[in-house]
Design a protein around this ligand. Structure first.
Ligand code: ARG
Length: 569
């Protein structure tokens, strides 16, 4: 079905001959949506914007959709949707298993590069934001009907492997490897790294690896295998999966070719023995090969991009990493723009730091980075304590299952509800609170809506005894929006489509969390004001369908955030 914003945008665009720039009205007093596109056209064609806006309004035929549009301020056009139209749209959404969200007419191919953990190092909370945000963006784009290719660009190549190889050969403790492989690998790395006198030997191991020495290659493969099986446990707990895991090592054989091609095209030049690309407007050049012949992170990223373009022909490539890599990606993108024609839309989706209560980057009490695994364990334990206190009568397995969904959900939601680029303070109490914009609140809101259907079902059996209309409402009835809070809820339901588009446009999952929070609020107001089960038909079925649609969108929305719903709490 066509969404509200599509209908309004298309009408304005037809009259204006330019983008409508439709936005929800900041103040509902002025209407539901406003079109901002007139001003730009007026400026370009040297017309009075208000006069132009009046002219556009007179050409619109939207009588079935909205009240007569009004012109405001410097030349905005405001639209207030008509109740009958909202009713018809929301009825169609209730009949649609996509809740009215259209499938993209022109599906794009989008590569999402996220997580990017490093082999033989613990996955820390710095990677959690990448994994959670990247997974959410991939889910939203997929649901919109795009072809999404997820790729985990793991750090599985580099100088650290010289030290790891040496440590493995000299100091390995097999029991420790068995018990906690990544911790043991980290210990070995630190052990060698601390000892200056072993540098040359570590370097020699690295050179052997790079030259394809079978023994070192086999050990290196073991490092990857051990690390990946640990990472997989975490991916499973988080419910993330990748289409590809093409790490840095995969591109290693391509690096000399990348450098040669960039030199040949005159994009890269030699400077002090190193091969560099000077990027206009950037403070430093991007070094792609050091004087000693070594390649760098950026060289690998250029090879990676070339491979992705050849392989998948993407329209967009999204990289999700922390904000400290901004310069890196600016440089890589700038080089890529000189190299490839045409070039897909390259976006660095960066995020801020997770801070402790003291306002400094979150660390353990001993000052180490917090391991993701420990964090998830604690989340589940804390959630379990809450469930145990609230619902001691539930079977243990059920309580654990709830705690898993709530604990992991809380961590994800706390992250996704932040404006991506700001740092935020990690607080267990806040993220596990039953009130406010949190996962438990949203999960509970879903449970509450669901409970209406159980009651409706009971009501059906006891009051009629003959089956009667279905617990979810008889779909033969259309949704009627009589009460203002009913209309309000329906309008919010219809905003799901544009919210997902905003998430995709800005790479910002927090538009979706804010939407769901508002949806829960509007539902509460509706439920307080509008009796559902006690109402007579056709109101009962109409309202039950609104409840059904709300629950479905909550479930879908949480699912797009990577969060599970539960049926009781
Ligand atoms: N391994 C990197 C890190 O831990 C992240 C990789 C991000 N992706 C990329 N194509 N550079 O910081």
């Amino acid at each position: 079905m066509q969404s509200v914003t599509e209908i309004l945008s298309a009408a304005v665009e037809r009259a204006l001959g330019a983008p409508a720039l439709l936005r929800p009205c900041a103040n509902p007093q002025f209407g539901d949506y406003q079109a901002n596109g007139v001003m730009a056209v007026a400026k370009q064609t040297k017309q009075n914007p208000r006069t132009l806006a009046e002219k556009i309004v007179s050409q619109l035929s939207l009588d079935n959709v909205c009240e007569p549009p009004t012109v405001a301020g410097a030349g905005f056009i405001n639209f207030t949707l008509r109740g009958e139209f909202v009713g018809a749209q929301v009825t169609a959404a209730a009949r649609d298993d996509r809740h009215g969200v259209p499938v993209a007419m022109k599906p794009k191919t989008v590569v999402v590069d996220y997580c990017g953990v490093n082999v033989a190092k613990p996955m820390h909370i710095g990677h959690i934001r990448s994994t959670i945000i990247g997974d959410c963006l991939a889910r939203v784009l997929r649901f919109q009907g795009h072809r999404v290719i997820t790729d985990n660009h793991i750090g599985d190549w580099g100088t650290q492997f010289g030290m790891l190889l040496l440590g493995w050969k000299r100091n390995r403790n097999d029991d420790a490897i068995h018990a906690d492989p990544i911790a043991e690998l980290l210990r070995l790395y630190k052990l060698i790294n601390e000892r200056e006198e072993l540098r040359a030997e570590a370097k020699a191991e690295l050179v052997k690896l790079q030259q394809g020495d079978p023994e070192n290659l086999a050990i290196w493969r073991k490092f990857i295998e051990l690390s990946e099986s640990e990472f997989t446990k975490i991916y499973d707990r988080l419910g993330v999966r990748f289409d590809h895991t093409l790490g840095e090592s995969f591109y290693n054989p391509m690096l000399p070719g990348v450098v040669a091609e960039l030199r040949q095209r005159g994009i890269a030049t030699e400077s002090d023995g190193a091969i560099c690309v000077f990027v206009a407007g950037s403070k430093a050049p991007l070094i792609i090969q050091k004087a000693d012949g070594a390649f760098l992170y950026g060289t690998t990223d250029l090879a990676t991009l070339k491979y992705r373009l050849d392989q998948w022909h993407p329209d967009e490539v999204i990289y999700v990493t922390d904000g400290r890599q901004q310069l890196h990606f600016q440089q890589v993108f700038a080089v890529a723009r000189q190299w490839f024609q045409p070039i897909p839309d390259l976006r660095h989706v960066w995020f801020g730091t997770i801070l402790g209560e003291d306002g400094k980057p979150l660390k353990t009490r001993s000052g180490d980075l917090i391991k993701l695994e420990d964090l998830l364990n604690e989340a589940e334990e804390r959630a379990l304590a809450v469930v145990n206190a609230k619902n001691p009568e539930l079977p243990e397995e059920t309580r654990k299952q709830i705690a898993r969904a709530v604990g992991i959900g809380a961590v994800k939601y706390a992250d996704l509800s932040q404006s991506r680029t700001t740092d935020y303070i990690f607080s267990w109490d806040k993220m596990l609170a039953m009130n406010g914009n949190t996962a438990p609140y949203m999960q509970y809101a879903y449970v509450r809506v669901q409970s209406i259907f159980r009651k409706a079902d009971v009501g059906r059996v006891t009051s009629r005894g003959d089956g009667g209309p279905a617990a979810s409402g008889d779909a033969a009835y259309n949704i009627i929006l009589a009460h203002p809070s009913e209309l309000d809820l329906a309008k919010q339901i219809l905003r799901f489509t544009e919210t997902l588009q905003a998430v995709a446009d800005d790479d910002k999952p927090n538009w979706l969390t804010a939407y769901l929070y508002d949806l829960a609020g509007k539902f509460s107001a509706f439920y307080d004001n509008c009796p559902v089960i006690q109402s007579a038909e056709p109101t009962r079925s109409s309202r039950l369908q609104l409840c059904r649609l709300t629950a479905d969108i909550m479930k879908r929305g949480l699912n797009l955030l990577g969060i599970d719903v539960i049926e009781q709490m």
